[in-house]
Design a protein around this ligand. Sequence first.
Ligand SMILES: [Zn+2]
Length: 82
Amino acid sequence: MKGVYYSSKVTKSVFVDYGSLSPEHQRLYEKSRDYVSSQHPIKCVCGRLCTGLHEQSCGKFRAAVNRHFLKTVQGVQNEKSE
Ligand SMILES: [Zn+2]
């Protein structure tokens, strides 16, 4: 998928290049970010206290958003193909 890269087949780390996603996928990505953020209202995924700035710079938060985004996109594609 355009804009999504796997950094390693072993760790299955996912990188998302927001700028090269399609507009539809950018919307889904923002939804995923809101979802992960709402699941961790007080402490971040990494266990530190959340601030807006922290989430922007936290690799673990971004990785969680990327994974959720990928699941969402794959779910949407499965729904379409059925
Ligand atoms: Zn964090």
